[in-house]
Design a protein around this ligand. Structure first.
Ligand code: ADP
Ligand code: MN
Ligand code: MN
Ligand code: MN
Ligand code: MN
Length: 386
């Protein structure tokens, strides 16, 4: 464990058989980070290049999942730099190119400390370019960049992304569920505590720790309504930042699930029957909404969103029709409904926002497997551009 020995608070929540493959950095100020970086600068740096693939894959439910590979950088760069070299990958193996012209390009757009490898190692988020150097059709990040004109930037849009996910055991059952039959009906699990109510917390804690140490704008976690289902929140943050941090947080979840032997899926309706699905409620505000009297801007945005319901639904995740049934805290996929404190609405105005007369709105329609760049782009497009 070398330099980092003794600074892990995570050891206590790792199952014994997993050993110590998870070795986080200690939380450090930017000054101590710089000092550490200087001492380590002569040691080559491991940069994990991460990107979004192009495969719908397994059962049609996997959508824009993550891929990554490691590049050793002989002369280390600081975490946060975007000057990491471009790289390429075999796009024919990720659903992003044909075999006869398969080299897609990875262009670094965001980097942060790697909380798993520790030291000066980094995670490098990349956008994908075609062999010709044009943005790939899976490069939804670039579409936001193109939308950020001065009038949009003036509105200082903020997003809060509630990422729900479900844990599965290798047996194919949701994690913690009995091998035969079902757990107790939904009720005690949401924000629950206790061995009979909560399944998988050690992974959740390790993931939160990793996100904090990577410097992501993670704002909370909670156990969800269906046992084995969890949520983390990213934000409030700008549109690109939201997308970048959600992508890194998703990658960290998948990466840590390897160590814990627990499968994490963003499938919108993993269990049929009387079980909640998994969504990605997206909270959204503009400067006008956050100022005094902002309710007028919130209502105007909702009015615009009501006219583009179908367009949004088409982009809000694969398999979302199984989740948006009108039950289990959703509005039916065919209807647009808004309301104060209404968890059966498409758009909810949170009660504190209604009381203050300003703040933000919550779009409850996106599925857990939605592309966060797409949700942010569509909310901006519909409310500020159309
Ligand atoms: P819920 O009650 O729906 O479960 P959460 O607490 O899970 O709500 O998520 C609310 C999210 O909204 C958080 O990520 C928070 O950071 C975000 N948020 C708070 N204020 C704003 C704002 N003004 N604009 C956008 N997002 C916001
Ligand atoms: Mn090879
Ligand atoms: Mn929530
Ligand atoms: Mn939730
Ligand atoms: Mn919510």
């Amino acid at each position: 464990n070398g330099l980092l020995s003794g600074d892990s608070t995570l050891g206590s929540c790792l199952p014994n058989e997993l050993g110590n493959s998870f070795r986080p950095l200690r939380v450090s100020s930017s000054r101590t980070r710089l000092a550490r970086f200087v001492t380590l600068a002569l040691i080559a740096q491991k940069a994990e290049y991460i990107w979004m693939d192009g495969q719908e894959g397994m059962k049609g439910i996997r959508f824009n999942e993550m891929r990554s590979k490691t590049k050793v950088i002989p002369k280390p760069l600081m975490a946060g730099s975007t000057n990491f070299p471009e790289w390429s990958f075999d796009g024919s193996s990720t659903g992003q190119a044909e075999g006869n012209n398969s080299d897609c390009i990875l262009k670094p757009v965001f980097s942060c400390p790697d909380p798993i490898r520790g030291d000066h190692h980094v995670l490098v988020l990349c956008e994908v370019l075609t062999p010709e150097g044009k943005p790939h059709k899976t490069n939804t990040r670039r579409l936001i960049e193109n939308l950020l004109s001065d009038d949009v930037l003036e509105q200082e849009t903020l997003f809060g992304f509630e990422q729900e996910y479900t844990m599965f055991a290798r047996s194919g059952h949701p994690y913690g569920w009995p091998d035969a039959g079902y757990p107790a009906p939904q009720g005690p699990f949401y924000c629950g505590v206790g061995v009979e109510a909560v399944y998988g917390r050690p992974l959740v804690e390790a993931h939160l720790d990793a996100c904090v140490k990577a410097g992501l704008k993670i704002s909370g976690i909670n156990a969800e309504v269906m046992p084995g289902q969890w949520e983390f929140q990213i934000g409030p943050a700008g549109p690109l930042e939201t997308g970048d941090h959600v992508m890194i947080a998703r990658w960290l979840l998948h990466r840590l699930s390897e160590d814990f032997g627990i499968i994490c899926t963003f499938e919108p309706k993993p269990m049929q029957g009387d079980w909640n699905g998994a969504g990605a409620h997206t909270n959204y505000s503009t400067k006008a909404m956050r100022e005094d009297g902002g309710m007028t801007a919130i209502k105007a945005a909702i009015e615009k969103l009501s006219k583009k319901h179908k367009e949004h639904i088409l982009e809000y995740g694969i398999g979302n029709e199984k989740r948006l049934t009108g039950k289990h805290e959703t509005a039916s996929i065919d209807t647009f409904k808004s309301g104060v404190a209404d968890r059966g609405a498409s758009i909810r105005i949170p009660l504190p926002v209604s009381l203050a007369g300003k703040g933000y709105l919550e779009d409850r329609r996106p599925a857990a497997n939605v592309d966060p760049y797409v949700v942010c782009r569509m909310l901006i497009q519909t409310t500020l551009k159309d």
